[in-house]
Design a protein around this ligand. Sequence first.
Ligand code: ATP
Ligand code: MG
Length: 340
Amino acid sequence: MRTDIAIDLGTDTTRIFKNKRIALSKPSAVAIDNIRGVGVVYGSDARAMIGRTGDRISAVSPIERGTVADFESAQMLIKQYISDVSGKKMIRPRAFVAIPGGTTAVQQRSVMDALESAGARNVCLVESPLAAAVGLGVDFSTPRGVTIVDIGKGTTDIGVLSMGGLARCESIKLAGEDFDTAIARYVRREHNIDIGILTAEKIKKSIGCVMPRPLDVGLYMNGLSVYSGLPESFEITTEEVYSIMLPIAEDIVKAIRGVFDRTPPEMVADTAEDGLYLIGGSANVYGMSEFLSKNLKVKVITPEEPTECVIKGLGGAMENITILKNGDYRYTSLEDLVIE
Ligand SMILES: Nc1ncnc2c1ncn2[C@@H]1O[C@H](COP(=O)(O)OP(=O)(O)OP(=O)(O)O)[C@@H](O)[C@H]1O
Ligand SMILES: [Mg+2]
C-alpha cells in the first residue's frame, strides 16, 4: 500500500497531500500539557487558546517565519497530523516537504529531524516556489524565466524558475502576520486599546486593503482599555487600516525588487513580458495583485486557490516524480546527511 505523503508546514496552516488529494488543512498550532509534556489540543482549537492559557497548558505555533521554531511542539503537531491522515494503519511514510527558499543547512536538518522523529521514513525537501510552479501547471522547462511570489503568513517566497529548476530563490521575513502586528500596535497607540493578534487579523481580513477601497467603512471591535484594563469597544475604519498596511506592502515590493536585482536581467525581462504568479493566503488581501502590478510594472496572475498551489504541486511532483528526475531532489534521511 502507498504511504507517501506531502507536507507543507506553513506558519499559518499545515497541509497534507495523500492519495491524490489534499487530505488535511489545519492551523499549525498545538496546546501542550506542561506537566505531562504531551500535546492535548491541535488545530483551530489550539490556535484559539493562544494567549488565553494558564500555567498548566501552553498553546504555541511551532512554525515561525516558515521554519521550525519549537522542535518538540513541531514534532507533536506533525505526528498528530500524519496519524490523522493515516488512521490506524500507519506505516512509516516517505514525505515530500516544502521549505522556504534560502534556508540554512541547520534549518533543513531541523525540518528533517522533526519529520523523522514524528514517524517519516525518508524525506525529500523541495523549495516552495518550485512546488508551486508544479501546482500551477506552468511550463518552466524552457530557458524563459517564470516568477512566483508566495506571500504567506510568516514569509514571502520569491522564486524565478527556468530550465526545469530554480534560477533564484529567496525568502523574506515579511508577510501576512506583519500586517496583523502593525494593526494591533496602531490600535494600542491611537485608540489606547489592547487587542490580540487574532482580532487584528480579523480586522485585516474584513476591511484591510493595500489599494483604497471604493467605500470607507467602519468596523466595531472589542479590546481592553490600556487605562482601565476593562473591555471596551472601538471603531476602526478602512482608511485607517489602509494607512497601516500600505508601508508594509511597500516594503514587500522593495524586497521583491531586491530579488529581481540579483536575478539575471534576461529572466526579469521575461517576467516583465509574461507577468508573475502571485500565490499564498496574503494574495487575498484586497488590492494586493493590483498593488504589485502597479509598483513592479508587471502583469500579476492569481490562481483561484492561492493557498493550495504549493501542496498540490508537492503532491503532484511526488506522484509523478517529475522533480525527482533532477538529482538535487531525492529522498534522504538524517543519517545520509554529512555533518560539517
Ligand atoms: N481574505 C484574506 N485577507 C487578508 N489576508 C488573508 C486572507 N486570507 C488569508 N489571509 C492571510 O494569509 C496568511 C496565511 O497564508 P498561507 O496559508 O499562505 O500561509 P502559510 O503557508 O501557512 O505561511 P508561510 O508560507 O508564510 O509559512 C495569514 O497571514 C492570513 O491572515
Ligand atoms: Mg506557505
